[in-house]
Design a protein around this ligand. Structure first.
Ligand code: C5P
Length: 400
């Protein structure tokens, strides 16, 4: 429920604006109050009258509306809310937000607010995939803006792909999470993610192909359920999610230290692809060819097994410790043996043979190994795998 929560809803000019009317209705059903703001373009899609009737409030439309200014200035309007929601967030609104424009009421409110902002992007698939939009999205994420969607599917323009505004119930779930009232409220989860880099010399390192996508999606899904997330990440190729505590590390040893410092936790999820070995004779200066034709020999030392360490820590052990197993053959047998060897509660196993396209890709097909045996999940987008896993984690902690 969103009882007494105040939502400032900015409606952008897109065909998805019609869904915003349903969003207003459902938010109010849940006890929230909704103050609507419409851009000029939004008025081409829904009328201020219907918006105002559903919200049971005045619709704010114009920066220079003196009556509005007399009643409530735009600064005050931007702050008299618990959350600012932009739905639909058009490519143009996202561009304005990313670059700090303030040339109409909506963009000015977005600049002036001191509250968290959640956007539900909606646009044609080409516009969504355009490098400019993706650049703006990354900037907005970096600024801590929360993003709901977009979904993939058939679009009003007849094309297929990502760009469709999230379903209203999903936007409400994201609003719920942003306001911190999810089932995992009060729980702390440590998530490791990404590859590690083990230096050979100051300019070279040993790494692996992990993008950090699955760990990032999992941290976001846990955050969306209201958990406090300590996100310990190696140098991943996807940006960390907003709204989590990000602890950046490079090596396995640094990751182990960061995890130790993040305790106590209710659960610890080890999605990172940690290097098993580090170069023991790493050079302090750049290694050079000496003309002899002999390659330098690297000596390796074993890294600490962070997962096993936490799973076997005795007092203070998180209630749920989850490991990941990236395998290329005998997935279930190897993962089951790994679960026993490391003493963790669950192993999330997947087949990362190159032909599966899983490592670095957008989808994952996992087998969840628990006390009850092996559960095969269908191939799903990594975001979806993350949501399923997060909800299983919540259930296991008695928070589901
Ligand atoms: O033994 P293996 O590397 O296959 O185990 C994978 C699981 O163990 C992953 O959950 C990974 O994050 C974790 N791990 C770790 N520390 C290591 C090696 C692996 O936490 N040094």
């Amino acid at each position: 429920m969103l009882t007494n929560k105040r939502i400032l809803l900015i409606i952008g000019g897109g065909i998805a604006a019609f869904k915003s009317l349903d969003l207003i209705r459902r938010l109010r059903d849940q006890g929230a109050s909704v103050t609507p703001v419409m851009t000029k373009a939004a008025e081409e899609f829904v009328t201020p009258l219907s918006t105002s009737a559903l919200a049971a409030q005045k619709v704010y439309r114009d920066l220079f509306d003196l009556t509005d200014e007399a009643e409530m200035g735009h600064i005050e309007l931007s702050r008299a809310a618990d959350l600012v929601v932009v739905a639909p967030a058009t490519a143009d609104l996202m561009a304005k937000m990313a670059h700090g424009h303030a040339n109409d009421l909506a963009s000015t409110l977005l600049m002036a607010t001191d509250k968290r902002v959640l956007i539900a992007p909606a646009m044609n698939v080409r516009m969504w995939e355009h490098p400019a939009t993706q650049r703006n999205l990354a900037m907005l994420r970096g600024d801590g803006v929360l993003i709901a969607g977009p979904d993939e599917g058939n679009m009003a323009c007849g094309e297929y792909g990502p760009g469709r505004m999230s379903e209203v119930l999903d936007i409400i779930a994201a609003i719920d999470a942003a306001l911190g009232d999810g089932p995992m409220k009060g729980r702390h989860v440590i998530v490791t993610s990404g590859p590690t880099h083990e230096p050979i010399d100051p300019v070279r390192y040993i790494a692996n192909r992990s993008s950090g996508a699955q760990g990032t999606a999992l941290a976001a899904a846990l955050r969306d359920l209201g958990a406090r997330v300590s996100f310990v990440t190696g140098p991943a190729s996807v940006p960390p999610p907003a709204g989590v505590d990000v602890i950046r590390v490079e090596t396995a040893a640094q990751m182990a230290e960061a995890v130790a410092a993040a305790h106590p936790a209710d659960a610890a999820i080890f999605a990172a692809a940690v290097a098993d070995w580090r170069v023991e004779n790493a050079s302090g200066s750049k290694m050079k060819k000496d003309g002899s034709g002999t390659a330098p020999a690297l000596e390796f030392a074993e890294n600490p097994d962070i997962l096993a360490g936490v799973a076997q820590m005795g007092e203070g052990r998180p209630k749920l410790v989850v490991g990941f197993a990236a395998e290329t053959d005998d997935v279930v047998a190897n993962a089951t043996a790994k679960r026993a060897r490391k003493s963790c509660d669950w192993i999330v196993a997947n087949d990362v043979s190159p032909e599966t396209g899983i490592m670095g890709g957008h989808e994952n097909r996992i087998v969840l190994i628990t006390d009850d045996g092996a559960e095969e999940w269908p191939r799903l987008p990594k975001d979806e795998v993350a949501r399923w896993l997060a909800s299983r984690i919540a259930t296991a902690l008695g928070a589901g």
